[in-house]
Design a protein around this ligand. Structure first.
Ligand SMILES: [Fe+2]
Length: 329
């Protein structure tokens, strides 16, 4: 098992006032392709203290976006256990329980809570743009900041995500194991197709290939870049952990997602399909076909990436429900 070393990523004292990320030389080469470590200086911001994050959760709840906040303790959802409690009190209870074992909370889309997070996210996008050769800002189709606050020992099982991600450690430590997203032996096209059609557990952990995972040690001030579809698992150290995830969708990875969705459907019809990138003309046709059945002006990640499959599955589900109700009558 290869370990990522913080010692490889340079001196964090040369940030200056504005940079969130330090260019390590590998940024341009590896961004979007392979995982790598880098420094961040988020600790200079007051947006990521536990109390400020709890306030962001309350702001989301007050705006009617309580679904952006979720909290779990042991095997049970804190929310479901405290169903009679106002949501604002659930936030306080979740923050208090973070020192215990097996508790975590997630605040999705901090940028919907407060304009200060939007400003921070925009600055981060501008700085990433400055570190790359291409115009990243114009490529971005969706950007979001999510806070993960979890107690010692909490782990996230092996999975894949669509978005590009910078997972930035604020306090505590965690281990993140990431795999090469282009390794089709570890992550076959068929599993990616299933993932993009709504089976979020489609990526199978392969014990015989576990040595291909690279473990990165995160501590405060250190971040790891997850390329899109880089399979990963995460395990907290023995202290409570606060991490901020900056996630991005881009035109390129969205197009690839639509091609995989189209391939899923065509393969179900018995038509073998080539993976994205082999036939540019057909790739374009496949992308347009899925976009034609997707939400025309998406306003969320879900709508941007999954509204096509959702719309395709909806009538099938209606018919299934209809048959079920006929059978039960
Ligand atoms: Fe993930």
């Amino acid at each position: 098992m290869v370990h990522g070393s913080v010692g490889n990523i340079g001196d964090p004292d040369v940030f200056g006032d504005k940079l969130f990320f330090k260019d390590t030389g590998s940024f341009k080469v590896d961004f979007g392709k392979l995982p790598f470590l880098l420094h961040h200086n988020f600790e200079n911001s007051d947006l990521f203290s536990l109390s400020r994050l709890a306030r962001a959760a309350e702001q989301l709840i007050q705006k009617g976006r309580g679904h952006r906040f979720s909290a779990h303790r042991a095997q049970d959802k804190i929310n479901s256990g405290w169903v009679s409690m106002p949501r604002e009190e659930q936030v306080a209870a979740a923050v208090e329980s973070i020192g215990e074992q097996n508790a975590w909370m997630k605040i999705t889309a901090l940028n919907e809570a407060d304009p200060a997070y939007v400003e921070f996210l925009n600055t981060a996008i501008a700085e990433i743009d400055g570190l790359l050769d291409h115009n990243f800002k114009q490529e971005v189709t969706h950007a979001q900041m999510t806070a993960f606050i979890s107690s010692p020992g909490v782990a996230a099982p092996y999975h894949i995500d669509h978005e590009e991600n910078f997972l930035c450690q604020i306090s505590g430590e965690k281990e993140v194991c990431l795999y090469d997203p282009l390794d089709r032996e570890n992550l076959p096209d068929k599993e990616i197709e299933e993932f993009y059609f709504g089976n979020y557990d489609a990526a199978k952990y392969r014990d015989n290939l576990k040595s291909r995972g690279k473990i990165f040690q995160l501590k405060p001030g250190v971040a790891v870049h997850h390329p899109s579809l880089s399979a990963h698992w995460v395990r907290n150290g023995d202290q409570p952990s606060v991490s901020i995830s900056l996630v991005f969708c881009t035109k390129e990875i969205d197009k690839r997602a639509y091609i995989y969705q189209s391939n899923y459907l065509l393969r179900r019809l018995g038509l073998p399909q080539s993976p994205p990138g082999r036939h540019p003309f057909w790739d374009e046709v496949k992308k347009k076909s899925i976009r034609a059945v997707s939400k025309p002006r998406p306003t969320s990640f879900r709508e941007l990436i999954f509204s096509g499959p959702d719309n395709i599955k909806a009538p099938i589900r209606s018919i299934q429900n209809m048959f079920k109700s006929v059978k039960s009558n």
